[in-house]
Design a protein around this ligand. Structure first.
Ligand SMILES: Nc1nc2c(c(=O)[nH]1)N[C@H]1C(S)=C(S)[C@@H](COP(=O)(O)O)O[C@H]1N2
Ligand SMILES: [Mo]
Length: 324
């Protein structure tokens, strides 16, 4: 197994088909702890059944919003929930579906703070009821070259912005996600600096497409897809869509994001889907649709902004090769 090292000593991420040794070992340690009972057989069982499993499959009603529906066939629920990137639970695609099932998602609070007139701390129920929930079918394109089509449930992030009233210093929004070593064996890996942080420019955050997301396929989010609340930014590479958010901060300066810190030449702050700008190690011109396009099938062309051309005005006059 070959792991390249970047100059700052952080493992160079992607393609994540490889399992970095540290992750592999931390997973073994975690499983051993489980077996030895130091995480606690009864406690774990209770945690699993009462806190985590109680949420899975719970219906989350929403009104379909036909303005935001792509016509592509929906990715099968099974594929969307078993092929995941969620490095806090390991770098293999099939790991989050198993290991994330014990993540405790209730109670859950999200604090919204920084350059706002009205900071808020909300639990899941109040946050998910802040605006009417909509179902929107979005394409999501991973930077690794695969894509999915998922019916998400959420509301435009702009609704939340209206409630907290960002002031004139607020130029960016920073999203911080859960980093709990007791629940997340992937945190033992140095593949990223934890917690996972993402960011948007304030006008990107305010764009109607930007979805604060609580569910998919008519149900609350499965843990491996970012329960209980995540972002979905369909015109950006998937890693911009942070999962399991605990803090939203309105800030003056462009946030330091996890992927940008780990490999700045490979993952820019903007990371808009752009078939004309290659990743330094592979082309971004085409993609494979999970569950549909077999490994050897002809790939489909990746579209500028993943087909969401309505966001183009956000970047008018910007050199998108420079601001990748
Ligand atoms: N906290 C956190 N959020 C994350 C990630 C992660 O590793 N940790 N992976 C990202 C990447 S690379 C992708 S492609 C999407 C995948 O979302 P999905 O599993 O729901 O398809 O989640 C993004 N959000
Ligand atoms: Mo991704």
């Amino acid at each position: 197994m070959l792991i390249k090292r970047s100059p700052n000593g952080i493992d160079l991420p992607f393609p994540s088909e490889i399992t970095p040794r540290a992750v592999f070992e931390s997973r073994r340690a975690f499983i051993k702890q489980l077996a030895l009972g130091s995480i606690g057989g009864a406690a774990l069982l209770e945690m699993a059944s009462r806190e985590a499993f109680a949420q899975s499959g719970q219906r989350l009603p929403a009104r379909a919003n036909p303005s935001y529906v792509v016509m592509d066939k929906h990715t099968a629920y099974k594929d969307a929930t078993s092929y995941n990137n969620f490095y806090e639970f390991g770098t293999d695609k099939d790991e989050p579906a198993g290991i994330a099932s014990v993540m405790k998602t209730r109670p859950w609070t999200v604090s919204i703070e920084g350059e706002v007139a009205k900071p808020l701390t909300l639990d899941f129920d109040s946050l998910s009821k802040l605006a009417p929930l909509e179902e929107r079918v979005y394409r999501l394109r991973c930077v690794e070259g695969w894509s999915m089509v998922i019916p998400w449930v959420g509301y435009s992030f702009s609704n939340l912005m209206k409630k907290v009233e960002p002031n004139s210093n607020a130029k960016f929004v920073e999203f911080t996600t859960l980093a709990d070593p007791k629940q997340m064996p992937g945190l033992n890996s140095r593949v990223l600096k934890w917690p996972y942080v993402e960011g948007l420019r304030i006008d990107e955050a305010n764009h109607p497409l930007t979805l604060l997301t609580f569910g998919m396929y008519g149900e609350v989010l499965p843990n491996q897809n970012g329960a209980p609340v995540r972002m979905v930014l369909p015109w950006k590479y998937g890693f911009k869509s942070a999962k399991s958010i605990v803090k939203i901060r309105f800030v003056r300066e462009q946030p330091q994001t996890a992927w940008n810190r780990a490999a700045p030449r490979e993952y820019g702050f903007y990371s808009n889907v752009n078939p004309e700008v290659d990743h330094p190690r592979w082309s971004q011109a085409a993609e494979r649709r999970i569950g549909e396009d077999g490994l050897f099938a002809k790939k489909r062309k990746t579209l500028m902004f993943n087909g969401y051309s309505e966001v183009a005005p956000l970047y008018a006059g910007m050199d998108l090769r420079k601001f990748y």
